[in-house]
Design a protein around this ligand. Structure first.
Ligand code: ATP
Length: 435
């Protein structure tokens, strides 16, 4: 049966309570909707990024990974069109001075206090900074508002050194910055975030088919890592919604507690970016196709996902509550590859013999899977804690373990328990995790 979409407050509170996500700079009262990933959140987000790299790079022959600099030559943003048109229409309330994105509010008055609004004006979302010791115009640089441009400017270097033939793609995971007017909904929209982007270079004419293939593959990725298909849908952009360079865009949307919203956009960007960079930099960015004996600028398919947004969606999707005797059991049903902790080791008591055996058992597997040791409070409470952070397996060491050198493994989802000899643990988990 499909699980109900949890309320956002439950997710935010669990994230804080268990160490997934904290408000940024909290001891100073927070700072403009910034969020910090705690011990579990950073493991979770890393697992999301690794799962993405595994699927789009490791398991394909036509993809490579790069890691470009955040600070780029200012001309990049002139060529890409960001300097001129990476703007949102902004309105201010003349009474309470709050700012809104004009395209996100209904009506003509302030949604907060009912006050009069100013005329809309265009607001550039790029963060400006200064490179070098002198704050002069010549040294102005921008924090990249997307990772994509780092890929375009490296197209030639990557293509010639990796000797890839079309179609092939370049993937990148990294921070991007946008001075969003209305950040919000927890980590859904922030000013500093991480993107997982692909630019897939194709021969013009093959672009439509390869675009559809990427839409199919990206949707399948979310499903592979356990996201409920009933909470995912595709939305094709209408013609009047398309940016001037895009031939087609399909968004993957997720049913967040605050409504259906974009998780990822998959665009057919034609040869717009390479053409622009070629014109502004003066470098020849064409590709020589030795099959058809032609030289041309490739078209580009861009699947562009957010690491924070995907992590948030996986958190929301994993959340489950079920009645267990007289209490409600909260379980984060993360896919095993995404779960921050894979195995928790729980000695029944703090007696030195039990602790030693527990540490020995943990030592047998910790180099392969992220583990946690916990000997505080009752075993029932410890199980609940592990359920709430989505740990697939708990290993309990009891007094009988000292006699028979075997331990109990408890499954997070079914709560079923099996007895396994300590020396078989590594083999047992290899089977359980399928690797
Ligand atoms: P929106 O219309 O919601 O502002 P967008 O269409 O401009 O988003 P893209 O430029 O397509 O977003 O960015 C690609 C992906 O990067 C998005 O699908 C999202 O996952 C992520 N992303 C974009 N902006 C933010 C942000 N401010 N905070 C978190 N993630 C973001």
């Amino acid at each position: 049966m499909a699980r109900p979409v949890p309320e956002m407050e439950k997710i935010v509170s669990l994230c804080k309570r268990r160490g997934f996500v904290f408000p940024g700079s909290e001891i100073y009262g927070g700072f403009g909707n910034t969020w910090d990933y705690g011990p579990l959140g950073s493991l979770l987000k890393n697992n999301v990024k690794s799962a993405w790299i595994k699927t789009v790079v490791q398991e394909r022959d036509d993809m490579v990974l790069i890691d470009a600099a955040i600070l780029m030559h200012p001309q990049v943003w002139r060529a890409s069109g960001h300097l001129e048109s990476f703007t949102d229409p902004l309105v201010d309330c003349k009474v309470c001075r709050q700012r809104f994105r004009a395209d996100q509010i209904e009506g003509t008055v302030c949604p907060s206090c009912g006050g009069e609004l100013t005329e809309a004006r265009q607001f550039n979302l790029m963060f400006k900074t200064f490179v070098g010791p002198v704050e002069e115009e010549a040294a102005v640089a921008y924090l990249r508002p997307e990772t994509a441009q780092g890929i375009f400017v490296n197209f030639k270097n990557v293509q010639t050194t990796s000797r890839k033939k079309l179609p092939f793609g370049i993937a990148q995971v990294g921070k991007a910055f946008r001075n969003e007017i209305t950040p919000g909904n927890f980590t859904f929209r922030t000013r500093e975030f991480e993107q997982m982007e692909i630019e897939y270079f194709v021969k013009p004419g093959t672009d439509e088919e390869l675009h559809s293939n990427w839409v199919r593959d990206r949707l399948a990725w979310y499903e592979r890592y356990g996201m409920s298909m009933g909470r995912l849908k595709l939305r094709e952009h209408a013609r009047d919604e398309l940016a001037h360079y895009a031939k087609a865009v399909v968004d993957v949307e997720y049913e967040f507690p605050f409504g259906w919203s974009e998780l990822e956009g998959i665009a057919n960007r034609t040869d717009f970016d390479l053409r622009q960079h070629q014109a502004v930099s003066g470098e020849d960015l064409t590709y020589f196709d030795d099959v058809s004996n032609e030289r041309y600028l490739p078209y580009v398919i861009e699947p562009s996902a957010g690491a924070d947004r995907a992590t948030l969606a996986f958190l929301i999707d994993a959340y489950d509550e079920e009645q267990d005797k007289n209490e409600v059991r909260v379980v984060m049903r993360f896919h095993r590859d995404l779960a921050p902790i894979k195995i928790a080791f729980l000695p029944l008591s703090k007696k030195p013999d039990l602790v030693n055996l527990t540490k020995r058992a943990q030592g047998l597997v910790r180099s392969r899977w992220m583990t946690m040791y916990d000997d505080t409070q009752s075993i029932g409470r410890r199980y609940r804690r592990q359920d709430e952070i989505g740990t697939p397996y708990c290993v309990t060491i009891d007094f009988q373990s000292l006699e028979d050198n075997a331990v109990t493994i408890r499954d997070r989802d079914s709560m079923a328990q099996v007895r396994v000899p300590v020396d078989d643990l590594s083999h047992w988990f290899t089977e359980a995790f399928g690797q």
